[in-house]
Write a protein of this length. Structure first.
Length: 133
């Protein structure tokens, strides 16, 4: 992994995820999270000016192949350029080039464990504090 960044989040993680997704621009991106957060994020994506097309959880293979933005309750099985994880306990060897971990206030302890695992694997994660608007 080239970059690992932990975003500690105050407020609604779906709103913070929306800002990160919009910042990603045209980059291919997968968002992994529990279903309720993905549904909230999908609703926010539909409400944006200039709707941002995305493949929701459970999308068929053809839709996934066409979509640069994928929402999933599972981590990627094949190499991915950018992964935004919201609260899933991912293995440290998940096949991604850049990993952004969005950590809500109720997920801090689990995220600390993932942070320590990355450090033990010889990586140096960055931390950033963000707020939902």
């Amino acid at each position: 992994m080239e970059l690992i960044r932990f975003y500690t989040c105050e407020g609604d993680p779906a709103e913070v995820a929306l800002r990160l997704v919009l910042k990603a621009g045209d980059q291919a991106l997968q968002v992994c999270a529990p279903l309720a957060i993905l549904q909230r994020l999908s609703a926010l994506l539909w409400s944006q000016p200039g709707f941002l097309a995305h493949a929701g959880p459970g999308a068929d293979a053809a839709t996934l192949q066409r979509s640069r933005l994928r929402l999933s309750v599972e981590p990627p099985c094949e190499p991915t350029d950018l992964l935004l994880n919201i609260g899933l306990d991912l293995p440290v060897d998940v096949p991604v080039r850049r990993l952004f971990e969005l950590v809500g206030s109720d997920q801090r302890e689990a995220a600390r464990g993932r942070y320590r695992a990355h450090v033990a694997a010889g990586r140096q994660p960055q931390t950033v504090a963000v707020r939902a608007t």
